[in-house]
Design a protein around this ligand. Sequence first.
Ligand code: FEO
Length: 165
Amino acid sequence: MLDPEIEAALNDQINFEQTAAQEYLAMAAHFERRNLKGFAAFMKAQSFEERDHAMRLFDHVFSRGGCVKLGSIIEPQSEFASPKAVFDAAYSREQANTRAIHDLYGLADDKNDYPTQTMLQWFITEQVEEEEWCQEAVTLLEMAGDNKSALLMLDRRYGEQAEKG
Ligand code: FEO
């Protein structure tokens, strides 16, 4: 049986992941509008990943006899000053998500909820990867600066990355 406090925290995390999915889709739309199709494909893939994260939590709640209650999702930011600003926002989001996952793990630890801790270990590893690609993109876009050729090269690179999955 799922502890009510953990059930509520897992529901909050589902909302957090769904919010991230919406934000990444808005970032994809931002890039589509500018014909930066590679970055757009990359952000679409991130959006699908976030939806998948929400579903992992969704399935865990029901497999433990809990219940999912979906909340509303606030309108995401849709305009950004530059491609780097988009990835800066993604990085902030992922850092906040890492904190949320760690807090959730801490709560599961306090409550001796071993199955939730085991399930969250996947997320802890995933967050390391998520922060890594954000940091890399921010650094590369910083280096590219106002150089349009470099930007187009990065657009192609991120498009290829999205295709590989
Ligand atoms: Fe679901 Fe990007 O973490």
